[in-house]
Write a protein that binds this ligand. Sequence first.
Ligand SMILES: [Fe+2]
Length: 418
Amino acid sequence: MAKVFQVTDLHLRAALPGHNGHVHRLSRHLPKLLEALSARIAAEAPDFLAVTGDLLDVPHALLDRDKAHDLRALVQGAIADYRLVRRWLEGLGLPWMVLPGNHDHAAAFDVVFGNAPRHLRIGTLEAHAFHDWEQEGNQALRLGESRQRFEALTAAATPATEELHLQHFVVHPEVDYNYPLLYGDAGDIAARAASAPGRRLLLSGHWHGGTPMVPLGQALIGACPAFCEPPHPYRVFEMTPGQPITWREERLGLSFPSDRPLLLVDRPGLLTSSSSEAPLAPRADIADILQGLAAQGHVAIASPWQAPESAEASWRGLQYLHDAFFQALDPAITQGDALCLYLPASGGGGRRLPAEQITTEANLIPRMAELFGVAPAWVVFLTLDPQRRAIAARAGARCPELQGPAPEAAAILAAALT
Ligand SMILES: [Fe+2]
């Protein structure tokens, strides 16, 4: 018997600055979440742990090699964060395998995990990790070494073969979404895995919503939902020769203790003093503000896409701006627990939006209260915009008055206490 623990899509940022652009991917909270997961892993006592990609949430600027950013510092941050993940894995005291996803950085991944195994024998089970990458149009293909090994394995399989195949991208079942989630050659991979003698378990990540595990011929195939998103799910599989494969999905639960208020800071004027040359420039006293707020509660940063300094940016450009903002902060100060990029109440207004739901002014408070597991009355919304203040007050948040254009740090901290 082999018991396999799967966790996927960590999207971790610790040394890497900033947050994922999607508010519910709690990149900066991952070190704590992994710590909490260690206890679950110990309680399950699996034979093996699989992490199926997107270990980190590498800023788009680095993945795109955008020259306007300090790419060297970002690579160093990615290496430090991969080391953090590796230390966590090695502290678990069981065999593990990892593979990169589309939010990972190939070179930094290889610095830390280049010598990690791509094949392990676990009792009666042969585990294989396939490192595949997105190609044209963000669609992944199984190519090169990965493709050769996969074809050789299925060709050499016998009725006694028991295999675990790990990959980032979705093989099966079909998922209808306006971003390519399945391999471009998913049909071929699924058909070979399903028809080869013996049996195999194919575990993917990538699709944050996850899919059920679906039997297909000799294979059981599916994608685990993302661990970085509440309620932080993971899966446990048991594979015993001669018996059906069993699996279940568990969840770690709430991300944040609800005994502290959520201090939601609307960025313009309170955290940045933007100009056309330096959009989203951190205020000179931002360390006092962020550290002071963090001493009083959970801190989330709200940032309106419709602000003049970011209104013209694409979704990716919006993330570039915020990544640069967080990169400009002193690494010793907190960057908050979450970042919520949001749209006016009227919605996208002709912008090209990502597939995932973007928060609007109208649902800012309910969405953030839900994310932090607190009642709206336990949210303090700090903003200089009277209209936004009124919307948030109607949603039940506490909304102290603050006078613009740039209230002093002491006034912001005092308002947060009201
Ligand atoms: Fe992901």
